[in-house]
Design a protein around this ligand. Structure first.
Ligand SMILES: [Zn+2]
Length: 114
């Protein structure tokens, strides 16, 4: 279910997934299939972790990686949920077919440097 709410986003973000919603900054983004699929991967991750555990792990990992990388953008890109979503967002069947808790495989992957 897609909602359009322009004013909740910091300038660098266009979309947000909070099960069962995908929230977009603007209506035109509905046609960005890769962005929508990225957010659908997050919806699956949230379901697999009974919603609340997704956000607990996401926030914990983000705070840990802020300490490690000292750059919010780099910390965000190295969150396991984001790595899984970014690395598979072009495979448009991935959200439907992904293995259970596959984000775990991304936790200790070699960190991105950009
Ligand atoms: Zn994401």
């Amino acid at each position: 279910m897609v909602l359009i709410i322009p004013y909740i986003f910091p300038s660098t973000f266009n979309a947000l997934a909070v099960w069962p919603f995908i929230i977009l900054r603007e209506p035109a983004l509905r046609s960005d299939y890769v962005l929508i699929h990225h957010e659908r991967i997050h919806l699956r991750q949230q379901l697999e972790l009974l919603w609340v555990f997704f956000f607990i792990i996401y926030l914990t990992e983000f705070l840990a990686k802020i300490i490690i990388y000292r750059q919010p953008k780099l910390a965000y890109r190295n969150i396991s949920f984001e790595r899984e979503a970014y690395e598979n967002e072009y495979d448009l069947d991935y959200a439907r077919n992904k293995p259970l808790w596959s984000f775990v495989g991304y936790i200790f992957k070699r960190p991105l440097k950009y």
